[in-house]
Ligand binder design. Structure first.
Ligand SMILES: NC(=O)c1ccc[n+]([C@@H]2O[C@H](COP(=O)([O-])OP(=O)(O)OC[C@H]3O[C@@H](n4cnc5c(N)ncnc54)[C@H](O)[C@@H]3O)[C@@H](O)[C@H]2O)c1
Length: 265
């Protein structure tokens, strides 16, 4: 038996859709029949990707309340009511000690990754609640639950997870589902280029996962499509880990590490 997810021309807005994980999500949602709007700070990247996948494009700065409100007003006027939102817009950070980290950099990461997600979620939630339904998927990160040297990014993503479950309760009776998805290290083109140029060592990123490899952007998109669709109609307020098992290997450290692959029979 086969089953195809059909989003039946639902309007899907993907922030950060011009690149990486957001671009993969936009492409898969379009393939599943949604009318996709690719929204990105990089308007050129949004336009290029949208043209390639048969979507519309918009420039937006998710950290700006005015910009986000305008985005929703314009998209809904032109494409119709938005019933799927994927929040993938975000900025990463390099590992930095508190002594090294500039306050302006900390502030911008919080403004985009946490405040930006809040602004998009609240626009989406109140509009969807007024229409009786919708699905919002926030791209968080395993850095939101695994402590490390990402002193702005980690707390921002932890906040995204909590915000998502709060909003799932807030608008659940109105039929709006809110879920977050926490990818592990994902082999986007950006990271692939860095590895190929020798600027990043893939070894440690692969070794600390149970599956021994990094996540692919399409694998995140597959999970996003599931959460967006009616296949996930009873799922709200969860944080779905799509991390190749990065978050479950820590307990193996005292025992030498996860076992190597078994010999194939
Ligand atoms: N790549 C990974 O390993 C990884 C792992 C876990 C979580 N994530 C999260 O996934 C999301 C996408 O990451 P990615 O690796 O695809 O990054 P990316 O840089 O390829 O894509 C992010 C996109 O967001 C856009 N953007 C940045 N600031 C914005 C703003 N203020 N308003 C609107 N758009 C803005 C960028 O222009 C870019 O197109 C991010 O939220 C990131 O934190 C990534």
């Amino acid at each position: 038996m086969s089953y195809t997810i059909d989003l039946k021309e639902r309007v899907a807005l993907v922030t950060g859709g011009g690149s990486g994980i957001g671009a993969a999500c936009a492409e898969l949602l379009a393939k599943a029949g949604a009318r996709v709007v690719v929204a990105d700070l990089n308007a050129e990247a949004a336009a290029t990707h949208a043209a390639a996948i048969g979507a519309q494009a918009r420039g937006v700065d998710v950290a700006s309340e005015e910009s986000v409100t305008q985005l929703f007003d314009e998209v809904e006027a032109e494409a119709g009511p938005v019933s799927i939102v994927v929040n993938s817009a975000g900025i990463a950070q390099l590992p930095k000690s508190p002594e090294e980290m500039r306050q302006s950099s900390w502030d911008r990461i919080i403004a985009v990754d946490l405040r930006g997600t809040w602004l998009v979620c609240t626009q989406a939630g109140k509009r969807m609640a007024g229409r009786g339904g919708g699905s919002v998927i926030n791209i968080a990160s395993i850095a939101g639950s695994m402590p490390g040297p990402l002193h702005a990014y980690g707390p921002a993503k932890a906040g995204v997870v909590m915000m998502t479950s709060n909003l799932a309760g807030e608008w659940g009776r109105s039929g709006v589902r809110f879920n977050s998805l926490s990818p592990g290290h994902t082999l986007t083109q950006f990271i692939r280029d860095k590895i190929e140029a020798g600027a990043r060592d893939a070894g440690p990123l692969e070794d600390f996962t149970a599956l021994g490899r990094m996540v692919l952007p399409d694998e995140v998109a597959n999970a996003v499509l599931f959460l967006a669709s009616d296949m996930a109609s009873a799922i709200t307020g969860v944080n779905l880990l799509v991390d190749c098992g990065a978050s479950i290997t820590g307990g193996w450290r005292p025992y030498g590490w996860v076992p190597a692959a078994r010999a194939q029979a």
